[in-house]
Design a protein around this ligand. Structure first.
Ligand SMILES: [Zn+2]
Ligand SMILES: [Zn+2]
Length: 259
């Protein structure tokens, strides 16, 4: 694996390490193309700030640092500027426009919430356990709608939704997401943070279905610490998953330009 488009830095305040430290670690381990994908900063207009996102006042530093590194390491490693972003039906046009203004080269769809998280009746984070089938279906709908915009390079941790209810409902959601992936050509990511941290994802049921449907699959380190800018141990496990399940692993995804 010589690519990784899923990297966080100290700018999103739940990860550590400077962008340059991540670049050095990646370079030392044979990565030839890497992307920074800190959580998209967004001004919801009511003073609300989600502490997991880059603060608005810090975006310019994030952009400057990535641009500086692009030049400094040119010819040795290709560095890309991106963001991990939720798909919020109503806000997406505005969010995408902002990303274009920031000069983003790509977006990862990371649906941690399914609707603006500042709303008084906001739904909980998707990684919290729930047996709410309606919420699961709403999640799948949002991910599919997001894929159909054509703006996202891939879906980060498509199996983040921590469903503990009827397995048949989870299978149905996984099948719908996998079919949309085939239809749009947008890959689904096996997320290495989930492997490293033994989270609820990668979810074997999800990936069995993705395999049956033939969805394109890619890998992402989802680095939150410098050492995970290359994560060989999780890579071994992910490769085994691909082999054991017969997944349609496509390697490096094609970056989707924003327009
Ligand atoms: Zn994420
Ligand atoms: Zn991430």
């Amino acid at each position: 694996m010589d690519f990784n488009y899923h990297t966080h830095t100290y700018h999103c305040h739940h990860a550590s390490g400077t962008p340059e430290e991540y670049v050095k670690r990646a370079l030392e381990n044979g990565i030839t193309e890497m992307g920074f994908s800190d959580h998209f900063p967004f001004d919801f207009g009511d003073g609300y700030h989600n502490s997991a996102r880059i603060p608005i006042g810090e975006v310019s530093t994030y952009l400057e640092e990535v641009h500086y590194l692009k030049e400094k390491y040119a010819g040795r490693i290709k560095i890309r500027l991106g963001f991990e972003m939720e798909y919020y039906t109503e806000l997406f046009p505005e969010m995408k426009q902002k990303a274009i203004e920031y000069g983003a080269e790509y977006l990862l769809l990371g649906e941690h919430y399914c609707a603006p998280e500042n709303a008084p009746d906001a739904r909980p984070h998707c990684s919290l356990k729930t047996d709410d089938g309606e919420f699961l279906s709403f999640y799948a709908d949002r991910v599919i709608e997001g894929m159909r915009t054509g703006a996202f390079t891939y879906v980060a941790h498509p199996d983040v939704f921590n469903f503990v209810g009827d397995g048949a409902l989870f299978a149905e959601a996984a099948e719908r997401i996998s079919r949309a992936s085939v239809e749009t050509g947008i890959p689904l990511e096996i997320n290495f943070l989930g492997i490293r941290d033994s989270r609820n994802y990668p979810n074997p049921l999800f990936w069995r279905i993705a395999s049956r449907v033939g969805a394109p699959v890619t890998f992402g380190f989802d680095a939150h610490t410098v050492d995970s800018a290359y994560d060989g141990a999780s890579l071994t496990i992910a490769k085994q998953m691909v082999e054991n399940l017969g997944l349609n692993y496509i390697g490096k995804p094609v970056l989707r330009k924003l327009s």
